[in-house]
Design a protein around this ligand. Structure first.
Ligand SMILES: Nc1ncnc2c1ncn2[C@@H]1O[C@H](COP(=O)(O)OP(=O)(O)OP(=O)(O)O)[C@@H](O)[C@H]1O
Ligand SMILES: [Mg+2]
Length: 334
């Protein structure tokens, strides 16, 4: 939630800042004052999660709409660079803020699904995973699972999804199968985040074809730059051939240890090479809490909102929300 959105909502209620503070205090049992509202609206202070969640729900209720979904694909063909961790934490922040959010686990490793405590073997036995929706054996809506604690929805993966790489090769309109599935639910979500496998195969291409924006997590290590270059070639091809509207949300340097020369040099090289062309988020610090959180059944930032790197994921969240707003405004004008 941005300050401008809050101001617009307050004005739509016909309230001044003092009245709005009282309105919030009554509903949230807090003691906010006029100065606080002003600081939030000016962007001088971050709007607390509880306030933003309440307002997002109220705005959706007052307009009677959710969606259309802004779709972010998290991609990098290199393995273990933080794609799943970023997808899970971004989706969780969006859901926690009150946005209707769907996390699509498009990786046959099913790491995002398992991370969120989803019983993938059981769902696979019941044929209720993304694979069956992509094969048109059921509607995507039928495989969605709501993760109890945050309200986040997940389209779970399973190992059978790996068969899709082969099956899609002979499918008509092979690059747009995932997009077709997402179109069926895009009106009911504000955001869809797609986690992808560590390759540039059909599933990743499908995720690039379906997205408005691609987030590129990239470990600050030697050879990382080669990986970005390769991915950027695929993104450019996708923009030219299958998805003209695709934009790069930014590069997210991950697992950064500022004590290591290699990490500092790689980060500097990322800035030298790409800073003029695309956004580079601040580096996400390396922290053992991330691997430890995998067994907890929830995103680290859901369990520990102040964990190391929270400010970086907050910046990714803010950018994602701002990009959706820009897209909606552009559509409104057009
Ligand atoms: N900031 C971080 N600091 C330390 N470890 C991290 C951080 N972010 C992620 N990790 C850990 O690094 C490992 C790889 O992360 P993750 O699974 O998110 O990468 P990935 O790119 O999705 O991998 P894959 O390509 O296999 O899908 C995991 O054990 C994860 O918990
Ligand atoms: Mg992963």
């Amino acid at each position: 939630m941005l300050g401008d959105n809050m101001r617009a909502f307050r004005e739509s209620l016909g309230q001044n800042q003092s009245e709005f503070a009282a309105w919030l205090n009554e509903r949230l049992r807090r003691k906010y004052d006029k100065q606080k509202i002003s600081a939030w609206e000016r962007g001088a202070e971050r709007i607390p999660q509880a306030v933003s969640a309440l307002l997002v729900k109220d705005i959706a209720a007052s307009t009677g709409v959710s969606g259309p979904a802004f779709i972010v694909t998290v991609a990098n063909q290199k393995g273990g660079v933080g794609k799943t961790t970023s997808a899970v934490n971004l989706a969780s922040l969006l859901a926690k803020a009150g946005y209707r959010t769907l996390l699509v686990d498009a990786d046959p490793q099913a790491n995002a699904s398992v991370h969120l405590g989803i019983p993938v073997k059981h769902l696979e036995a019941e044929k209720r995973t993304l694979y069956y929706a992509l094969r048109d054996e059921c509607a995507l809506d039928d495989v969605l699972v709501q993760v109890d604690h945050s309200g986040l929805y997940v389209a779970p993966s399973s190992i059978t999804l790996s068969e899709m790489e082969v099956e899609l090769a002979s499918e008509m309109g092979a690059d747009h199968v995932l997009k077709g599935c997402l179109d069926s639910v895009a009106k009911t979500f504000d955001f869809i985040v797609i986690d992808t496998p560590p390759n540039l195969g059909r599933l990743t291409v499908n995720a690039l074809a379906a997205a408005h924006s691609v987030l590129i997590p990239c470990q600050t290590e030697t050879l990382a730059m080669l990986g970005i270059e390769l991915l950027m070639r695929s993104v450019t091809k996708a923009q030219r051939r299958i998805n003209h509207g695709l934009r790069v949300l930014g590069i997210l340097p991950t697992m950064y240890d500022k004590r290591l020369t290699q990490d500092r040099e790689t980060l500097a090289e990322m800035h030298q090479t790409y800073a003029g062309a695309m956004r580079i988020f601040p580096p996400l610090p390396s922290a053992t809490l991330y691997p430890q959180s995998v067994k907890g059944g929830r995103a680290l930032l859901e369990a520990m909102p102040d964990a190391p790197g929270a400010d970086v994921y907050q910046a990714v969240y803010d950018t994602t929300v701002a990009e959706r707003r820009k897209l909606l405004e552009a559509k409104h004008v057009a």
